[in-house]
Design a protein around this ligand. Structure first.
Ligand code: PEP
Ligand code: MG
Length: 590
């Protein structure tokens, strides 16, 4: 049956492929295709894992103390029964034979199907067996991994499209931002989640994969079935499940058109970003991991405008990267950028970026207080002074290899500024004492809280540049959780209060001779290019994949015409009306 689901578009384009449902607990499972001649071997790996678990469970049962509760033995019986049920191993074998999935992938794919069947059961007792089947599969996965038989070398990652497999579209309830990172290898053709807002960090990382994506599609992971044929329309925020042949044809046509458009834009790589009236605009890249620097270079970015260093700290099972490891990571980016500036932001953990593996919805569930207003960004660093100094030392040391700048996230108070300067001073002293080299590093503040806008003159005295984090600025100015799809329709960059805050920061920074950039998602959204240029912005930082389209908008812009247009609108007596007219013009709706 064909049907459609609506969500929020986070990354444009069209993807056509097969649904691959993944629960967040199974994201770690290795996925690869086994070669045809290794299919039999893979099936025997799977069967062997079943036999080993069966043996373990039988041993457990036989060794149960005589006085143990009868339920325990009954539970083991249930597990043994589930283990030997054809719906598990035999069906998983079919995934291996038909789709050439590796055993772990086949098992987790089958688990998704079983879990739904259990969820839909009327009988509460049977419904609760869902966790039993999950435990049995966990045990089998444990055996597969323990056996060391996971030989990815023999397999082919699903990004190898030469195999004739349908592309895969990831469907999940929610994915933690750090987990998204492992999909950086173009593993999937598209992805869809039930929850999340347009500027949630999961969406941001997804956007950096440059694959069509829809978040906040609410019921998607419940109503889409494993292996359903899907169209993800990332422009409209639409998912078509089991499309008709006619619809597929139309979307294939759109896919070809957008591929051609991408190729056309890619030719702008070496074209300088200069407006019609000759103003040079810096188009810098936002990155999450050192490997992303290559994408920045590929599109001709003029530097790294935001290195979200916190991604180095996430999913480390409590073991945070030490000074040397951080230094190597920063240095590799600085060297790769070969003299172009690299702005490293000190860690911005907290809110929807917890250190430990946790998706945004789990986070909200676990910490009932509002994490976006809690111990995050600079507040967290100041609460961990040794760790903060360690990161500062690593950044300073990397400065020897190129042009490094340091950026402090979410500054809102002067004592945060003083403490940060103090930490930097102490870190420098420690390096000097240890005889380690470093150079002068410019210091910048992220303006992400409305309070920082109101005290900007004081902040500007201490920083040589500011970077507007519009994702958070919108969240805090409008009191809209950026990760919550329930209020996503109220998350409005066109709100006059937001536009006024942004233009005020740009105006004041420029008036005091300080550099100012926007590194929030607005910088990469061509709807806003003219408006931001008209406000006087000359430095934009965005995902590398957005640079070509923004460059095209810059090449067509004339700042002499845009500046009076935007400032007249912002000064007008009716800001709502004025911002609405900016929106209508920017979107070409007039
Ligand atoms: C922002 O808030 O706009 C920003 C760039 O930082 P992050 O998205 O990482 O919070
Ligand atoms: Mg931010």
């Amino acid at each position: 049956m064909s049907f459609q689901l609506f969500g929020l578009s986070v990354s444009g384009g069209v993807a056509i492929g097969r649904a691959m449902l993944v629960s967040s607990s199974m994201i770690d499972v290795v996925h690869y295709f086994v070669p045809e001649d290794a299919v039999e071997h893979e099936v025997s790996r799977l069967l062997r894992s079943r036999d080993v678990v069966a043996e373990e469970l039988s041993t457990l049962q036989s060794e149960l103390p005589v006085d143990s509760p009868a339920e325990l033995s009954a539970l083991l019986d249930v597990h043994l029964m589930l283990l030997n049920d054809a719906a598990l191993t035999e069906s998983a074998s079919t995934w291996i034979k038909d789709r050439q999935y590796n055993a772990e992938w086949a098992l987790s794919a089958q688990l998704e199907i079983l879990v739904r069947q259990f969820d839909e059961m009327e009988d509460e007792y049977l419904r609760e067996r869902r966790s039993d089947v999950e435990q049995v599969v966990e045990r089998m996965l444990g055996v597969l991994t323990r056996g060391g038989t996971t030989d990815r070398g023999a397999g082919v990652l699903p990004d190898d499209t030469g195999l004739g497999h349908d592309p895969l579209i990831l469907i999940a309830n929610d994915i933690a931002p750090a987990d998204m990172l492992q999909f950086k290898r173009a593993f999937f053709a598209g992805f869809v989640t039930d929850v999340g807002g347009k500027t949630s960090h999961t969406a941001i990382v997804a956007r950096s994969l440059a694959i069509p994506a829809v978040v906040g599609a609410r019921e998607a992971s419940r109503v889409i079935r494993q292996d359903d044929l899907l169209v993800v329309d990332g422009d409209a925020g639409l998912v078509v499940v089991n499309p008709s042949e006619l619809m597929l044809e139309e979307y294939r046509f759109r896919q070809r058109t957008s591929d051609l458009e991408r190729q056309r834009l890619a030719r702008l790589r070496n074209t300088p970003a200069v407006t019609i009236n000759g103003e040079t605009i810096e188009l810098m890249a936002n990155i999450e991991m050192p490997v992303d620097a290559s994408a920045a270079i590929e599109v001709g970015a003029s530097g790294i405008g935001l290195f979200r260093s916190e991604f180095l700290f996430m999913n480390r099972a409590g073991e945070l990267p030490g000074e040397d490891e951080q230094f190597e990571a920063y240095r590799s980016v600085v060297m790769a950028m070969d003299g172009q500036p690299v702005i490293i932001r000190t860690v911005d953990v907290g809110a929807d970026k917890p250190l430990e593996r946790m998706s945004a919805s789990e986070l909200r569930h676990e910490h009932s207080l509002n994490p976006a207003l809690g111990l995050r960004a600079i507040r967290w660093s100041l609460a961990e002074p040794a760790m903060f100094r360690q990161q500062i030392r690593a950044i300073l040391r990397a400065s020897v290899f190129g042009k490094v700048k340091m950026l402090i996230p979410m500054v809102s108070r002067m004592d945060e500024v003083r403490q940060s300067l103090d930490a930097i001073g102490r870190a420098k002293q420690q390096l000097t004492d240890a005889g380690k080299a470093f150079r002068a590093v410019e210091l910048g503040a992220m303006v992400e809280v409305p309070a920082a806008v109101l005290v900007l003159p004081s902040l500007l005295k201490h920083f040589s540049f500011v970077s507007l984090g519009t994702n958070d600025l919108i969240q805090y100015a409008l009191a809209i959780d950026r990760g919550d799809e329930a209020v996503a329709h109220l998350y409005d960059p066109w709100h006059p209060a937001v536009l006024k805050l942004i233009s005020e920061v740009i105006r004041q920074a420029r008036a005091s001779g300080k550099d100012v950039s926007v590194c929030g998602e607005m910088a990469g959204d061509t709807q806003f290019t003219d408006v931001l240029l008209g406000m006087g912005l000359r430095v934009f930082s965005m995902h590398p994949s957005r640079i070509p389209a923004v460059k095209q908008a810059v090449l067509r812009a004339d700042t002499r015409r845009l500046e009076p247009w935007v400032s007249a609108a912002l000064r007008s007596g009716d800001p709502w009306e004025a911002c609405e007219s900016l929106r209508v013009k920017a979107l070409g709706l007039a």
